[in-house]
Design a protein around this ligand. Structure first.
Ligand code: URA
Length: 244
């Protein structure tokens, strides 16, 4: 489907500037559409058009998918005074219509998806979908066989919430570095799971959602665009609890 939008609206959305700033750029002759200087704010633009603003080509892709290796201290909503993940994106990835797919806590690092595709985001965070998420945590105390058995059964949180079955396994000999595999995304879930086991999370890093693995070439704070097919790997391996 080809989306048709006004020139000023398109520029404002993609360049993360106000509609009036977009109009100013058009007015002063900085905007070219398919090689032609455009002066009309309401010129109709479709995905096949080429827009160049001040010598730079804008990306008119309808849906974009970005993976970030979130650094500690960055937040996933714009209501806080801490830096918002979207604001930290490099200029070439920024667009006004981007949002984070779900949340990672401020102190949690790792794989964060950013998109402008509402349907995709909705499916990933839907409690019905049971998308698999993998985290590596360091814990205050070593985990025990009993903890692993409880996770397999479904841990009951301190507030009485009964969680779905999950997996926990130690990845270091001291049993304090532990991978958690969960199929839901409740608020502070991993930290509350540790709390229910009378333990405490010291650090938390998400490294995989479904079959989408955090790319090794991304340092903390870095992000890159991925193809739709790669982003949609998040839906691989989701549990179907009805069938299980
Ligand atoms: N569970 C948590 O406790 N925090 C996160 O950021 C993600 C999962």
């Amino acid at each position: 489907m080809v989306t048709i939008e006004r020139l000023d609206k398109t520029i404002s959305k993609i360049m993360c500037i106000s509609r009036s700033d977009a109009r100013r750029l058009i007015k002063i002759g900085k905007v070219f559409v398919n090689g032609e200087k455009m002066k009309a704010f309401d010129t109709k633009i479709s995905e096949s058009d080429e827009i160049v603003v001040d010598g730079e080509k804008l990306s008119l892709e309808k849906n974009v998918y970005i993976v970030m290796n979130k650094a500690a201290g960055i937040v996933c909503d714009d209501k806080s005074s801490a830096p918002y993940a979207i604001e930290t994106l490099p200029k070439e990835l920024k667009r006004k219509d981007l949002f984070c797919v779900g949340r990672l806590d401020k102190d949690t690092t790792g794989l964060l998806l950013i998109t402008n595709d509402g349907e995709f985001s909705h499916s990933v965070i839907s409690p019905k979908k049971h998308i698999e998420k993998r985290y590596r945590a360091t814990l205050q105390n070593p985990i025990t066989e009993n903890d692993i058995a409880k996770a397999k059964q479904g841990i009951t949180l301190k507030d009485g919430t009964k969680l779905l079955p999950s997996e926990m396994f130690a990845v270091t000999a001291d049993n304090k570095t532990v991978d958690f595999v969960i199929f839901e995304g409740k608020y502070h879930q991993i930290k509350r799971m540790a709390g229910a086991l009378d333990n405490k999370i010291l650090s938390l890093h998400r490294y995989q959602i479904g079959e989408l693995v955090l790319p090794k070439d991304l340092d903390f704070g870095e992000a890159k665009k991925v193809e739709k097919e790669q982003a949609f790997l998040v839906f691989e391996k989701a549990k179907n609890w009805q069938k299980d």
